[in-house]
Design a protein around this ligand. Structure first.
Ligand code: IDP
Ligand code: MG
Length: 149
């Protein structure tokens, strides 16, 4: 079992898509083990997107991600990192495969509705950046035997 960090970005929250997006991961069968809403500070945003520092879109990316509240979650399940990336679709919503979250709800790369960790290492880093240990809830679900064989 693997965990990944997902975040409905400020445009997704403003457009009332948070519930819809959370629901996709719930319905697939992933277990939500952390969930909260907060507004990111510039300091945290610059840390989170550190790999993009210096790129032409960096300042507007930080403006965007700090422009309003985000809904952050940690989900757990088989191959959660890569499966969630597939469910999100390509970074540019116009290039994202039909049916993916970014294809369904976005048009522009700078308003692409959701963030998801791109590797298990990024997931570990991002989960610890945004969640305290006690905010991650360990629990079992009876339904798991109907999701996993
Ligand atoms: P990802 O979110 O699919 O992992 P990254 O390349 O890590 O994509 O970029 C992080 C975020 O930065 C993207 O989700 C998007 O919001 C923004 N971004 C990436 N490339 C561009 C660009 O060329 N113009 C504007 N924003 C961009
Ligand atoms: Mg990325």
């Amino acid at each position: 079992m693997e965990r990944t960090y997902l975040m409905v970005k400020p445009d997704g929250v403003q457009r009332n898509l948070a519930g819809e997006i959370i629901s996709r991961f719930e319905k697939k069968g992933y277990k939500i083990v952390g969930l909260k809403m907060f507004r990111m500070s510039r300091e945290l945003a610059e840390k989170h997107y550190g790999e993009h520092a210096g790129k032409p879109f960096f300042e507007s990316l930080v403006d965007y991600i700090t422009s309003g509240p985000v809904v952050a979650m940690v989900i757990e399940g088989k191959d959660a990192v890569s499966a969630a990336r597939d469910m999100m679709g390509a970074t540019n919503p116009l290039k994202a495969a039909p049916g993916t979250i970014r294809n369904s709800y976005g048009i522009e790369i700078g308003r692409n509705v959701i963030h998801g960790s791109d590797s298990p290492a990024s997931a570990a880093r991002e989960i610890s950046l945004f969640f305290k240990e006690e905010e991650i809830i360990e629990y079992s679900r009876d339904v798991d035997r109907w999701i996993y064989e």
